[in-house]
Design a protein around this ligand. Structure first.
Ligand SMILES: O=P(O)(O)OC[C@H]1O[C@](O)(COP(=O)(O)O)[C@@H](O)[C@@H]1O
Ligand SMILES: [Mn+2]
Length: 643
């Protein structure tokens, strides 16, 4: 080992005892049970539902409570404790309102603190003390540790502990302590979170999800097609930008663009007002908040048309300058007969409905009006100068990747593009052919390049980000073509169909899954593919566990817009030292519902895989890193202290 490096390390470990202590500590960690991984996907801006799943650890919190208190306290109390752990601030208020005098309240405080301490003690039993300490609220760490390490034999200290709790209550600190204990418990039941893509679009609060993830103790993200669309916009792709605004208008979420990220929509609105009227297909989808006035709805409808038309125009030059994207079929503006108001696709002519082509010059349909161009320039400037968006996008880049190999499993949002025979589909990029893992690697390289060069708007890397959103060999899209135009303007539903990549039926077979795992250098006897992106239609009898347990689809189904087609609010996955469990979630109504009625509508569990022996940290990714550290420390020991 490099002596310079060891000398540097010796500055940190400046005596023999420090090295020995660290080696013993790390070796001990290796033999602890592996921490719990939590997989969620397709959050689509549904912050409240996401919070709920995060706070209850997909049912882990209640399970732990049951382990300790089943038969000891009433079911009602179990639910109360669970809700208190999920939403401590709100639940405390509700509970406190029920007490008529202070004495009763103080008695309740004593009991509940005792229960919460028991719960923390149990939830942290597989962690080191140092890890537990990190999970405790700073201001109470010392007190909680005192309470935690009271063992049964120390009955002579009983009074001391009672006194501590009494003091906390009389000093008016009980609420803070309970709240701290609740958040520590949440943190302890899940060691690491995987977000398998699609944080953005459709739902109202993706920004809050991002803030939560930024503050989360341990997380990684596999980008979804919608996340990449936002990254693309930030990286300088105007067509990606047009798409995110179009989708926001469609779902009545322009607030995210305007109020949350501070992007001025005024120039776009002016343009929209000038050229567009009301139009039924462009009316916003969700107006559940009920406070959308007729005028607002009309404005959104106009903006929606303005930005959709800009998007269609912007697609055209990319398709033309990138023949290897193989998208000339998508040059739809050129296939329109503007006099007859009809379009010919694949040799068939369809009448156009609700068309809004006021800004289109039939001679040069993809040409942006000068006004449109100016609007896009202003929007892009605004996007790239939004501090909040920069913070969120940087985090997405830092914690994200196109795929992840983690503890023997492969995590991907969309697919590995396959042909009907199950062979990895090839794509030629800059005269080189890529397929399978190489293709994903090169996609990711382009995306990172585009992100590092936001000033370039038309280079291959930036165009490639848009390809990831909509291209036939994109591992995120997983369909042959996106029929956005047809959905707006053609009645015949045949034209709306988006043909899926063969991956989506081939993934039912073990053989396909083995091949993919092997492609990524993973052990195909033990690994799983964890997939998001496609809502599992439980209604039609679809099973999220495929290929004999090798393929698990965890589309969270958080997106309210899609819940009627799935019949369920989706799935999440837990992987702890005993194995994997898929958790099915019923529809999440509201936080208020959980708080008042205890409707914690979880969760059928299906056992995906049961470990024969409890899995230890040693056998995990983290374990590999710890092993390396141990080996380095041993070298230091020999070099410095043993001769
Ligand atoms: O339901 P909407 O908003 O019309 O969106 C439909 C579009 O979304 C997509 O399904 C992509 O989004 P998902 O990743 O959520 O599936 C496209 O294939 C399709 O054209
Ligand atoms: Mn998706």
């Amino acid at each position: 080992m490099n002596k310079k490096y060891l000398d540097l390390l010796a500055q940190k470990y400046d005596c023999e005892e420090k090295v020995v202590t660290e080696i013993i500590n790390l070796e001990a960690i290796l033999h602890l049970p592996k921490g719990t991984e939590h997989f969620i996907s397709d959050l689509h801006g549904e912050y409240q539902a996401f919070q709920h799943v995060l706070r209850n650890g997909s049912g882990r919190v209640k399970e732990k409570i049951r382990d300790i208190f089943n038969g000891v306290i009433y079911e009602k109390e179990i639910n109360e404790l669970a809700t208190l752990v999920y939403y401590p601030e709100e639940k405390l208020q509700i509970i406190k309102n029920n007490f008529v005098n202070e004495q009763e309240l103080n008695q309740w405080y004593k009991e509940i603190i005792d229960r919460m301490i028991k719960l923390i003690s149990y939830a942290s039993s597989k962690y080191t003390r140092s890890k537990l300490r990190k999970a405790l609220p700073n201001q109470f760490a010392y007190i909680i540790e005192e309470l935690l390490y009271k063992t049964d034999e120390s009955a002579n200290k009983e009074q001391y502990y009672t006194k501590i709790v009494q003091q906390i209550i009389s000093l008016g600190q009980a609420d803070k302590l309970i709240t701290g204990l609740a958040y520590s418990t949440q943190r302890l039941v899940v060691d690491h979170l995987h977000v398998v893509g699609d944080i953005y679009d459709r739902g109202p609060e993706p920004d809050k999800i991002m803030d939560t993830l930024i503050n989360y103790h341990s997380v990684d993200i596999q980008w979804g097609n919608h996340d990449v669309l936002w990254l693309g916009a930030f990286a300088g792709s105007k067509v990606c930008l047009a798409n995110i605004i179009r989708i926001s208008a469609r779902y009545n979420n322009l607030d995210i663009i305007e109020d949350v990220y501070g992007i001025n929509l005024r120039p776009l609105l002016n343009l929209a007002e000038k050229y567009y009227e009301d139009n039924p297909t462009f009316r916003p989808k969700r107006h559940s908040d009920g406070n959308l006035s007729d005028l607002e709805q009309l404005q959104i409808t106009k903006i929606h048309q303005a930005i959709a038309m800009i998007q269609f125009k912007l697609e055209s030059p990319i398709i033309k300058r990138r023949p290897n994207f193989n998208m000339s079929e998508r040059l739809l503006l050129e296939k329109i007969d503007y006099d007859k108001n009809e379009i010919t696709i694949h040799g068939k002519t369809y009448p156009l409905e609700n068309s809004c082509f006021a800004t289109v010059n039939p001679e040069q349909p993809d040409q942006l009006l000068e006004e449109e161009e100016q609007v896009m320039d202003k929007l892009l400037f605004s996007v790239q100068h939004s501090e909040k968006l920069a913070r969120h996008m940087n985090f997405l880049m830092k914690k994200g990747s196109l795929y992840l190999k983690y503890n023997g499993n492969l995590l991907i949002h969309g697919c590995i593009p396959l042909d009907e025979e199950g062979k990895m589909e090839k794509m030629v990029i800059e005269n080189k052919t890529y397929a399978g893992r190489d293709l994903l690697d090169i996609f990711e390289r382009y995306l990172r390049h585009a992100f590092a060069h936001p000033e370039k708007t038309d280079d291959l890397a930036t165009d490639m980000v848009w390809y990831l959103w909509t291209g036939e060999y994109s591992s995120l899209f997983g369909k042959r073509a996106m029929t956005t135009f047809e959905r707006y303007f053609i009645k015949d539903k045949i034209t709306h169909k988006e043909k899926k990549n063969p991956y989506y039926h081939l993934r039912e077979n073990e053989e396909t899954c083995r091949k993919i795992l092997t492609e990524f250098d993973l052990n195909s006897d033990q690994g799983h593919i964890i997939n998001g992106h496609t809502p599992v239609k439980e209604i039609d009898g679809e099973n999220p566990i495929k290929a004999n347990g090798m393929m698990i689809v965890v589309d969270g189904g958080f997106s309210k817009a899609y819940q009627s087609t799935t019949g369920i609010a989706g799935y999440t996955l837990l992987y702890n030292s005993y194995g994997m469990q898929l958790v099915a979630h019923k529809h999440f109504n509201s936080k208020e519902d959980v708080l008042l009625n205890g409707t914690d509508v979880l969760s059928v569990k299906r056992l995906v895989d049961k470990e024969l022996e409890r899995k230890k940290v040693l056998e995990t990714n983290v374990g590999e890193e710890v092993l390396q550290e141990v080996s380095i420390l041993k070298s230091l020991m020999e070099y410095r202290y043993m001769n």
